[in-house]
Every structure is written in C-alpha cells, then in structure tokens.
Write a protein that binds this ligand. Structure first.
Ligand code: ATP
Length: 471
C-alpha cells in the first residue's frame, strides 16, 4: 500500500513472507495456561506452577488485548492508555521468566507484535545502542491497515496453459465463469505458478487479487448455482467495461512500524528485513512515517496495535539505555515492555551505583514487578516430563527420579539439557550391547552427567586448576 510521499507499507511482500519455527528450549510452551477468568490451571499449555506470575501476566495481556482469552480469533485494538507500561519479571535463574514471556507471546493474537531481545544485543558495531532499542520498540508496535483490494471471483471452467509465449516461458488462459458472463483471463508465469501451488482445477471457485496476482481457492462449485453471495457475502460485484466482474474487498494487514521504516529507507529496502542487517534508520524518515500513520488513523484507514517488547537479562543494559527507555516509554508510540532479570542488588552498568536488579531507581519506580519463585520437586518433575515428551525421549521411572534430583542440585536448565544427551548415550548402549530398550536409564544418565559439568562442578574444577590455566 502506498501511503503517500513515496512511503509504502510493503504489505504485499510481507504477506508472502513465511516464518519458520524450530523446536527450542521453550517450544513446549503454547500459552499461559489460564482459563477465561484468568485463573491459571496447574499444568496447562506446557506451563507448570508459577501461578501468581502467570496470572499477573494474563492480567497485563487482558489489558493489552481484551479478546486474547476469548474464543474469537480476532484481537481487538489495545486498550487506550496502556502503552508505555513496563513490567519486570524478577526471580532466580530457571524459574520460567522467559517461559512466561513466551506464553504471553503465544496468547496474543497473530497480528499483535511480540519482540524478544536479550539486553546484550543492543551492543552492536553496526548501530548505536539507542538505535537498536528504537528498532526493537518499533518492531513491537503494529499498524493494522485496511486496504481495498480488487479481486476477480468466479468458477474456473477451463484452464489452458501454453508454453513459450511470454518471455518467462509460461503463460495461459483461464476461463472463468462469473455471475453473468464468461471471462477469459490471461495469465503470466507467476500466476500460473500460483494456480499450480493452489492446485486449482476446473470447477473450483477462485479469487484472483488484481494487484498481486494472488490466487485463493474458495471452494468447489457443486451446485453451479452461481450464487456468489454465498461465498463472500460482504463483497459487492461491480461489472467493469472489460467485462470482468470485479469485487472490492476490504482486507486488513498488520505491519510493524519498524517494517514500514525499513521498507521506506532509501539505503535499506525490503530485502534487509530478511537479511536482518537493517542498519540505522534516519530520524527524519521515522518522523515522516509517524505523521503519515497519524493521518491514516484520523482518516480511519489504520489503527495502532500495541505489542510487547521482551528484554531478557535487562541488567545488561547501561545507564544510557535506561534513561533512553524511560523517555521512550512516555512517547505515544510505546509498546508494553516486559523485562526480566535474575539479579539481586547489582551494579547499574555505566555507573558506580548499585540498584535492585541492576536497575536505576527512576526506572524501577515505573515498573510493575512480578516475582517468580523456585519450583518444588513435583513441579520440576512435571516440567521434566513435558520436556521429555517434547523431545520425544522415553525416560525410565528411576532415571526420572534422578533427573529431578539433579535439577535440584545442579539447576533445572542443566537437568533439561541432559535429556537429549542421555538419549544419545542410551542409543549407543543399545547399539553396542546388541539390543534392549532405548529408554533412558539411570546408567545412561550417570554417563551423561559424567561427560558434562554443571556450573557448580565447573567452578570447583576451576579452583582445582588454579595456577595451571591462563588468566
Ligand atoms: P534465567 O534467569 O536463567 O534467564 P528464566 O527464569 O528465564 O531463567 P527459563 O529459561 O524460562 O528461566 O526456564 C528454563 C527452562 O525451564 C526452559 O526450558 C523453560 O521453558 C522451562 N520452564 C521454566 N519454567 C517453566 C514452567 N513454569 N513451565 C514449563 N516450563 C518451564
């Protein structure tokens, strides 16, 4: 969409972009595990325990996006006045602060932006710290844009694909039957590819978006009733001079302010979004985009979607970043900022002062603090079970007991890391002993434990090696 003054949202290209997700340390988390009254279920959506913190996270999300927990798939706009809020998830290591942030992200609707960074990411050679923070903040504000698309809708009666006619080597004709006439639709290579991808056959009802050439299969024509109002009751059919039946459809897309910045940056452009190396964006361009988005909002063409910026290890930010964030949170275009820290009273980077969680008092003052606490052995066991399922590893009952014990002594993250390693050990055991079960047993776990040190043993080892290691 062109937003004037040569500024575009690049929504067409962005819609085409696909996102890939891998199994990761938090991939078992599919939500906050709350019911409609925001009450946490003891074990739900991959989340175990941390009831108070999960409930608090849910309350924050409800304020941000009232429909997040309803059955409706649409997420309404942010509650007015919520922007500029910040919360701190504070608690010992491995108590689920990042897991809760992931749960929040999974609970928000797909068009509510959620950005996750670790504080140390702002220290980069390619851009200043404040630019890195600005980009993260702007990635967390969505602009939901309403656009009118022209589409041709109809039943495909015949598809003829001819080769070698156009430069791209592929072209074709699709004969569409529309409400009151037949239309021969000439197609280029890209649209033929779209037809192939969508597996369009004669008899299918399709729509072709005029601007992008996107083809969508709407269904099959069983009745041949040609009652297209059944397919898209909200659209109006406008006969055009060329004889095609065009419908105008209002569609909405959400792009982040950062995406609009980059797409319109003279030095960057759309592809930089995929490379991830976006460089700095000129301040006047951002100001121009903010004015344009403001005009859109007034004209009713767009609305802002307040998203979430998660900053892990927030104590790694320095004083310059903290004062920048403090000011940024007061701006009109500020997302909800969720910070996490496992530090107690610590030095505030860039100063000689110390502060709770390594944060300066003026920032701390404006935060809502949500505490996470250590797990009891039953909760640890449940988390281990969920992770074993997620990683598809069978663990015998005695080995499971041992894993719970190891998590208590050496930390949850270490114990969870042992699951995959001990599976490799178990498979090796089966291979070399010529049979048996691949389920992880105590003996496999002990081997894995012997191969890899936990933080406590590593400190002990360092003490023993004093004098023989370089400093
Ligand atoms: P740190 O302070 O070290 O960054 P953290 O508090 O962010 O730690 P996580 O990284 O969230 O801790 O937790 C460690 C591991 O345990 C992750 O794999 C996480 O998904 C899992 N985990 C932690 N808490 C829960 C929970 N309540 N339910 C399910 N899984 C959890």
């Amino acid at each position: 969409m062109d937003i004037g003054a040569g500024i575009t949202t690049g929504t067409t290209e962005l819609r085409e972009a696909t996102k890939m997700e891998r199994i990761g340390v938090h991939s078992h988390i599919t939500g906050l595990g709350l019911d409609d009254r925001l009450e946490p279920r003891p074990i739900s959506q991959g989340m175990v325990g941390q009831m108070r913190a999960r409930k608090a996270a849910g309350v924050i999300l409800r304020m941000l996006s009232p429909s997040s927990f309803s059955s409706s798939s649409t997420v309404s706009a942010a509650a007015p006045g919520l922007s500029g809020r910040a919360i701190l998830l504070a608690g010992p290591p491995s108590t689920g602060k990042t897991a809760i942030a992931r749960g929040m992200a999974a609970t928000l609707g797909p068009d509510v932006p959620f950005t996750s960074i670790t504080a140390s990411e702002v220290y980069s050679l390619s851009m200043s710290k404040t630019e890195a923070l600005t980009q993260a903040l702007r990635r967390s504000i969505g602009v939901r844009i309403r656009e009118e698309e022209e589409v041709v809708e109809g039943e495909v009666v015949e598809i003829v694909v001819e080769r070698g006619i156009t430069g791209s080597g592929k072209s074709g004709r699709v004969i569409l039957k529309t409400t009151d006439m037949e239309t021969v639709y000439e197609m280029g290579g890209k649209m033929i590819d779209e037809m192939t991808k969508e597996k369009v056959l004669a008899g299918d009802i399709i729509s072709i978006t005029k601007s992008s050439g996107r083809i969508t299969k709407l269904g099959r024509s069983f009745s041949h009733s040609r009652d297209f109002s059944l397919l898209s009751p909200s659209t109006t059919f406008i006969p055009t001079p060329s004889g095609e039946i065009l419908t105008r459809r209002t569609v909405t897309h959400t792009v982040s302010l950062h995406e609009i910045d980059i797409i319109n940056s003279r030095t960057q452009g759309f592809l930089a979004l995929f490379a991830g190396d976006t460089g700095e964006v000129a301040a006047p361009l951002r100001a121009q985009i903010d004015v344009k988005v403001g005009e859109w909002r007034e004209e009713g063409k767009a609305e802002l979607v307040t998203g979430v910026l998660f900053i892990d290890e927030v104590h790694m930010l320095d004083m310059e970043c903290f004062s920048f964030l403090n000011r940024a949170l007061e701006g009109e275009l500020a997302p909800l900022v969720v910070m996490a820290s496992n530090r107690g009273v610590a030095r505030i980077r860039g100063t000689e002062m110390r502060g709770p969680h390594g944060l300066p008092p003026d920032l701390l003052d404006r935060l809502l603090i949500v505490a996470t606490s250590k797990y009891n052995p039953d909760e640890v066991r449940e988390i281990i079970k969920i992770r074993c399922q997620e990683e598809d590893v069978e663990v015998g009952p005695e080995a499971e007991d041992l894993l719970v014990e190891i998590a208590g002594d050496a930390g949850m993250r270490y114990a969870l890391g042992l699951i995959a390693v001990s599976q490799v050990v178990a498979r090796k055991r089966v291979k070399f002993s010529g049979g048996g079960s691949e389920a992880v047993e105590v003996e496999d776990l002990r081997r894995a434990y012997g191969c890899f040190m936990d933080p406590g043993r590593s400190v002990q080892w360092l003490k023993e090696q004093q004098g023989s290691l370089l400093v």
